[in-house]
Design a protein around this ligand. Structure first.
Ligand code: XIL
Length: 376
């Protein structure tokens, strides 16, 4: 009797495992890896020291991502705060962790930027090109064979009427600083893919400036291989503008990556007043009116509204990506999960990613998965 019972039970267990439906829950450590869904597009995340301090973050990265960018620790202010004093401890640990994941690659961010740039780099016009070259060589020599691409110049285009941003680099080195940075980067590591990276490249005026900048560089024979569209988007924007920029940039025949994707739309922040207005218009609750110092927790209702707006925005964005999937090399999110994002502060709560703070796949994750699998 006992024997029959055991055989029966074993049979039922075998039957139920063989017919077991695919995992249908939302545990981020069980749902299908994003990198498998979107392959051959690489899926990246900005990570850093904060990631390595937390096992769940590392596990989330390993499951879903196959590209990484250091959120801060590879920037000049971190790697060479004082001239000639190189600090690679944190980025070295990030690079080791990332490359320990099969198939994962590492982006370099960033070599030349007006922000997070130590004064010594640009304070002397007679030394500026020499110092730029030495910095680029120091970083790229250190990571040769490990970091496969770099954001060589970051955010050099003007948001207003000018062509180039009126930065310390432009003022001290002149407009040639961009070409020179790429030439030095290519000399330092001829195998590295070199990107121009910027935000707001979906904006028609900025798109056109970027197009002209890169076209001019290609015509002059400057070694540039790609455009990084940062992709700091929000729930209210028109994603057709992203479509139009991809179409325009495709004409240049360079690689295109989304390098810093996140979709804002949440609570108030005094530093982002326009965003606040947009949030209000979208019904996400208003500015607390206290100078942004309070921590306005979103109500459950506001959170649900935010979740559905972010999901809709991700659907629109990924519909555009799908249309252009042949020309998109990598999509890097500027973080891993909603529990940490540079967009968040005490006065502003965003939910900009596909995974929430409890390591659950959000409705946006499932929307992206379903959209990617659907035929049309
Ligand atoms: C941001 C980081 O996420 C923050 O932690 C830091 O305080 C400021 O820089 N464009 C870029 C990124 O190219 O390097 C920026 O990262 C976000 C905007």
């Amino acid at each position: 009797m006992r024997k029959i019972y055991l055989t029966l039970t074993a049979g039922i267990v075998a039957l139920s495992t063989s017919c077991q439906p695919k995992y249908e829950g939302n545990d981020a450590f069980q749902v299908e890896p994003l990198k498998d869904i979107l392959a051959p597009i690489k899926v990246g995340a900005a990570i850093d020291n904060w990631t390595l301090r937390n096992d769940q973050n590392m596990a989330l990265f390993s499951r879903h991502f196959n590209s990484a960018t250091c959120e801060n620790s590879m920037k000049p202010i971190e790697t060479e705060r004082a001239q000639g004093v190189l600090t690679f401890d944190t980025p070295d640990r990030v690079v080791d962790f990332v490359l320990g994941n099969k198939g994962a690659v590492m982006r370099g961010h960033c070599l030349i930027w007006h922000s997070q740039c130590p004064d010594w780099l640009t304070e002397d016009s007679t030394q500026v090109f020499k110092r730029m070259k030495e910095h680029i060589f120091a970083v790229m020599n250190h990571y040769k064979g490990k970091v496969y691409c770099y954001d060589v110049v970051n955010e050099a285009i003007d948001d207003g009427r000018g062509f180039l941003r009126n930065s310390q680099w432009l003022r001290v080195a002149g407009e040639h600083f961009i070409d020179s940075a790429f030439v030095y980067a290519h000399q330092a590591d001829p195998d590295a893919l070199l990107f121009y990276n910027d935000y707001g490249l979906n904006n028609p005026a900025k798109r056109e400036k970027c197009y002209q900048l890169v076209k001019g560089m290609l015509e002059r024979g400057i070694p540039i291989h790609g455009i990084g569209m940062q992709g700091h988007y929000n729930v209210n924007m028109d994603y057709n503008t992203v479509d139009e920029s991809l179409t325009r940039f495709e004409e240049l025949g360079v690689l295109i990556q989304f390098t810093e994707l996140d979709i804002a739309g949440g609570g108030p922040d005094r530093r982002r007043q326009r965003q606040q207005q947009q949030d209000q218009m979208a019904g996400l609750g208003g500015y607390s009116g206290d100078g942004g110092l309070a921590a306005p927790e979103l109500t459950e209702e506001q959170k649900a509204r935010q979740d559905s707006l972010v999901t809709e925005a991700y659907k629109k964005f990924f519909a555009v990506v799908k249309k252009h999937k042949k020309s998109i090399h990598t999509i890097t999110f500027w973080g891993l999960a909603d529990n940490y994002s540079w967009l968040n502060s005490r006065s502003r709560q965003n939910a900009p990613f596909l995974f929430d703070g409890e390591y659950k796949a959000k409705s946006a994750y499932f929307a992206v998965r379903d959209l990617w699998r659907s035929k049309d």
